[in-house]
Design a protein around this ligand. Sequence first.
Ligand SMILES: [Zn+2]
Ligand SMILES: [Zn+2]
Length: 240
Amino acid sequence: MPATMARGWQDRLAGMLRAALPQICALCAAPAGTALVCAACDRALQRLPPGCPQCALPSTHGGLCGQCLSAPPAFDRSQSAFVYAFPLDRLVQAFKYHGTLAWAGWFAQAMLAQRARPPAADVLIPVPLARDRQRERGFNQALEIARPLARRTGIPLLAGAVIRVRETPPQASLPWAERATNIHGAFACAADLTGLRALVVDDVMTTGASLDEFARTLKRAGAASVENWVVARTPTPGGG
Ligand SMILES: [Zn+2]
Ligand SMILES: [Zn+2]
């Protein structure tokens, strides 16, 4: 049977087993009830403390960081549930590269648990993958996380209208000077977003350059404001 069929069948079986059997924690193998991670490991994961409201990096007194003051990005706000560090990075990688889709709901739950109330937004937009990359992976991780967020917040999901024209090398692998050129023109938006408050969903925010370009694209399409909502943030702009 083709690999994709085998994967689909295995995922369905894994889902059925999860529903029927108590879970083993994905990080320490202790019993975890119906959760994917046990309560002790969950507590030990590094939550991102409140920082710069615009880019979510550490800042003094919760004000804008120096970077956002000197060169403001196109997005207006950012929020991340976790610091992108061990062992959470392993969970994100398992989700992304091994298609462990059950994690999408867990990530969404962690993102929601961090805020007292869902962010005010008119439309939820997952960062798209280029068509080839999505075909290769079989799914878009940002869309999988955005689905449960849309269900639970009631914010309408807009997927497909914003596309990634081309895949770009990971920003972190490039020297700073090349990052802006690398990502420039990577996205295109076919929807009219005039006056809408967009909430952008992604798995990991690293340098913020892709999300900056994405926000620029949404604003050119008329978006009134753009807020990033991600699972994890690398702790320093150059990291990850
Ligand atoms: Zn555990
Ligand atoms: Zn900032």
